[in-house]
Design a protein around this ligand. Sequence first.
Ligand code: NDP
Length: 521
Amino acid sequence: MTAVCRISKLNHSQKQAIPVVRCQRLHCSLGVCQRPAPPTREGPRVSSSSLWSSCLAAPSTGLTMTAKGDKEGQAWANSDGTGRKASVWGVTGTAGEVLSLMGTLFLLTMCPAFIMFMWTIHSKFGGSLQHFASFAMQDGWQGVIGLLPSPTRAAWIYFAVFGIFEAALQLLLPGKTTYGPVTPKGNVPVYKANGVAAYVTTLMMLALLWRLDLFNPAQVYDKFGEILMVTNIFALGLCVFLNVKGLVAPSSTDSGSTGNIIYNFWWGTELYPRIGKHFDIKVWTNCRMGMVSWGVIILCFAAKQYEALGYVADSMVVSVLIMEVYIFKFFLWESSYMKTMDIAHDRAGYYLCWGCLNWVPGVYTSPAMFLVGHPVELGLPLAATMAVVGLAFVYINYDADRQRQAFRAEGGKGKIWGKTPKKVEAQYVTADNEIKTSLLLASGWWGLARHFHYVPEIMASVFWTLPGLFSHPLHWFYVVYLILLLLDRGFRDDQRCRSKYGKYWDRYCEIVKYRIIPGIY
Ligand code: NDP
């Protein structure tokens, strides 16, 4: 549940000395958004690299956002005072510069087709690309299209019940109030941290319905193609709705058009869309429909193997166990997820919302999807080794995220690995020309590389895929995809931080030289 608070200066005459953030919109009665910002040591930089205004920036593609305050923001966006173009902290960095129009159109059309065929190849051809290719050569495109499932009534009911249940948990379960980072337009999103409660409640409900014979989880596997068709149709409709909403009735000032309808659809028009004051769409799509469904679907796949074989193979146990711990870890850390690129930078469009509603259930679950028809027997020693090593990587990934979160929460004063941490005090400027300071950690996991936490993330995925061994390349698709995603993300985040922090980021890069793999990259 969220609200978005607007930040402003308390007093203009105090502008340079004591910036204060003040909630002008929701939750003011709680007083939760009023807190003094750290005093600044330098005067405001009028031409900023910060690109808080980059949501408005016109990059090489000539795209321009049209949100409130654009003119001013755009002027800042074009230069950081060093002559460097700073146009990546926002919409255009992703939609306009990284992807060409053709590339965007290609992804818009190919991704839905990909997940449908991924499922079809797993369920009808045992995950074998070769068998699928032979079928396609023999039966042609008509035969291939004929394999695709339809969006049945039962699938719509499954999806609707799950979606409404998750929305209700999101709104009704109690949770501590937490905050996202200051947005480019100076807003502070407010959240209710109830992800762990929502996840545990969902799993308990699944177990209860199964125990009472009210619901057979194995049916999720039987109807999975139909369900994916439904999620595709729903997500495409949702993206259209979000695009229009961001233009005509945005929930906050962090919204606007790229000037191109295709990029708008791909990237979205709003950073923090909400229905009413409290229902946050990105929390629902990313955390609940995406992450909770991942955890539920893989259990249903294991149930399918149990129904088919009368037992669950140790390979399935290891794979599902590592993924479940990873997903639980996500919910433990959910409030910090609200400070990552997905939420604080990427808008609610096709890339994020369609992805979480379809790509996560369709692709992230694929290691377990494959194992349903390939019950590999690993034996206890191998299974236990894979589980322990995989869980260790999940822990390192968690610890890296936790370390950064604790470091900032303690104002850089706590010890990291028993020592006082190295840090950079990095200043940036909001679209309101307000100077703020962030701390950049240069010790612990964050001293090894600027995005070292991606290494254990990838290694954990290797270990939940490994139980299926190497018989079919498609089984390894998620790992390959994740490597590409995180390489791109590390690059994009560096660009974003350089735009935001300018010379302070350069200073941090001098201390922490490598982007992801220490000593290599
Ligand atoms: P990060 O946790 O890497 O957050 C990036 C932000 O952190 C930056 O934009 C910056 O934001 C801040 N930051 C960067 N460097 C530092 C530093 N040295 N000290 C303090 N703050 C810093 O975001 P991600 O979303 O990429 O990753 C979050 C988690 O999600 C990771 O565990 C990752 O592995 C996982 N992940 C999983 C994916 C999957 O599909 N399985 C995909 C992507 C991520 P600010 O503006 O606040 O300074």
